[in-house]
Design a protein around this ligand. Structure first.
Ligand SMILES: [Zn+2]
Ligand SMILES: [Zn+2]
Length: 427
């Protein structure tokens, strides 16, 4: 059965409040059915995420992941717990999908349209879940299981794609290359943040590893025989600092020195560093790449040190936010009482979801779990990821994603619009 989209939403909006108050009451749930509320939106509230026992399961799952932080590609426990939860809720599971041990693919329903909800569950070195990926995981499986009622009524399938190693290796980039998103019609995930926003700005990003090879010498007695690799690195930083004044606003270049000599009385024979170059789009990243490299080449020429470098294999693509998907998510999240901006005012770096958004119509909204001043990747954010506000954000994100799945399944016209926007170069 298919419902016109406006109809679905108006039924939800008219009855959502009542439905929420009535959640858990069998008699009233029946009453709502008898007055003809067949829209899956209230079913999501009544039947799944608003049920205290279901909420507790999602809370426990996300807090368990939070208290067992695992780094990228080592998320063995998290992947197992999430897969098990989905399996217990009627999903078919493919473990170790895309030849990645901690990736998985859960599916419910058959065929197209296939809507993917992405789960991240990796932690950060030292800081644990300071990016809140435990909440991303909980909201993804919660939304997917809540969508089952809609799949049963409207057809299609909902997938949970477990994407490891977002922080360190860009697991989604590898999975996209290995075909994980080839038969997917739309993709979404929600990231915890200091803002409620339906879209994000994420930059194209490429890593660069550099080393200079010089010649060691006594720094006092025979400095004229040495070639100073550390000076080459310092000159590179000076050149990049100069370059930075004359690049586009959103572009970023930043790096660290990982090796700069062993002893103060020895001319360093080797220096090494790691850098990231980011830009708003791939074309400008290509341009910037050459200009950054020139900074190192110039420093090598000036000092006589030999330059060796290697660009990262995986390029993080910029995020393409699908306007219609973002609009649906915004309205759904607002129906839960949040004020959600459509255009992100918060800053982000880069995400491997950007690569998915280049292949499939996608959104990567953010849900506020802290005030805007608290930065992610900080100890305070790690605390927030296990707080009541964090759990509430996770549950709201799960509901709003499930409602967005319903909107897409209920209205083929809307889905067509999503695809048309994706087909245009600048959406
Ligand atoms: Zn992060
Ligand atoms: Zn993150």
């Amino acid at each position: 059965m298919q419902y016109p989209i406006g109809d679905v939403r108006s039924r939800f909006l008219n009855l959502g409040e009542q439905s929420l108050r009535r959640a858990g009451s069998g008699r009233e749930a029946r009453q709502i059915k008898t007055v003809g509320v067949l829209s899956p939106h209230p079913l999501i509230h009544l039947g799944f995420i608003s049920h205290p026992a279901r909420q507790k399961q999602l809370r426990d799952l996300s807090l368990k992941i939070h208290s067992h932080p695992e780094l990228g590609f080592k998320e063995v426990k998290a992947a197992a717990w999430l897969s098990q939860y989905l399996e217990q809720n009627g999903f078919s599971i493919e473990r170790g999908t895309c030849q990645l041990a901690t990736a998985f693919r859960g599916s419910y329903g058959k065929g197209r349209p296939a809507i993917a909800i992405l789960a991240e569950y990796d932690a950060l070195p030292e800081l644990g879940h300071a990016c809140g990926h435990n909440l991303i995981a909980g909201s993804a499986v919660g939304a997917a299981v809540a969508s089952k009622a809609a799949i049963d009524q409207l057809g299609g399938s909902v997938l949970v794609i477990g994407t490891p190693a977002e922080e360190l290796y860009g697991g989604k980039i590898i999975m996209a290359e290995r075909g994980a998103f080839d038969n997917v019609d739309a993709a979404m995930m929600v990231h915890p943040s200091g803002h409620d926003s339906a879209t994000i700005q994420a930059l194209a990003c490429l890593s660069l590893e550099v080393q200079f090879l010089g010649k060691a010498a006594h720094a006092a007695t025979r400095p004229e025989t040495g070639i100073n690799a550390l000076e080459a690195m310092l000159l590179s930083f000076a050149a990049i600092n100069s370059l930075r004044q004359h690049i586009e606003d959103k572009a970023r270049i930043h790096g660290i020195i990982t090796e700069g000599g062993e002893a103060a009385n020895v001319v360093p024979a080797r220096s090494a560093g790691k850098f990231l170059v980011r830009a708003e789009d791939n074309a400008y990243l290509d341009e910037l790449k050459e200009r950054v490299l020139d900074c190192f080449v110039g420093a090598a020429t000036a000092t006589g040190a030999r330059l060796e470098y290697q660009w990262g294999k995986e390029r993080y693509a910029p995020m393409r936010n699908n306007p219609t998907l973002a609009g649906l998510f915004q309205q759904n999240m607002q129906s839960l009482g949040r004020k959600v901006e459509l255009t992100a005012s918060g800053r982000v770096g880069s995400t491997d979801m950007g690569n998915i958004s280049q292949k499939v119509p996608s959104i990567h909204p953010t849900v506020a779990i802290v005030s805007a001043e608290v930065a992610s990747h900080s100890p305070d954010f790690a605390l927030a990821a296990a707080s009541e506000a964090g759990i509430k954000g996770m549950l709201d994100a799960a509901k709003a994603m499930a409602m967005t799945v319903v909107d897409l399944l209920a209205s083929p016209q809307t889905f067509t619009k999503v695809k048309e926007e994706f087909g245009k170069a600048d959406s």
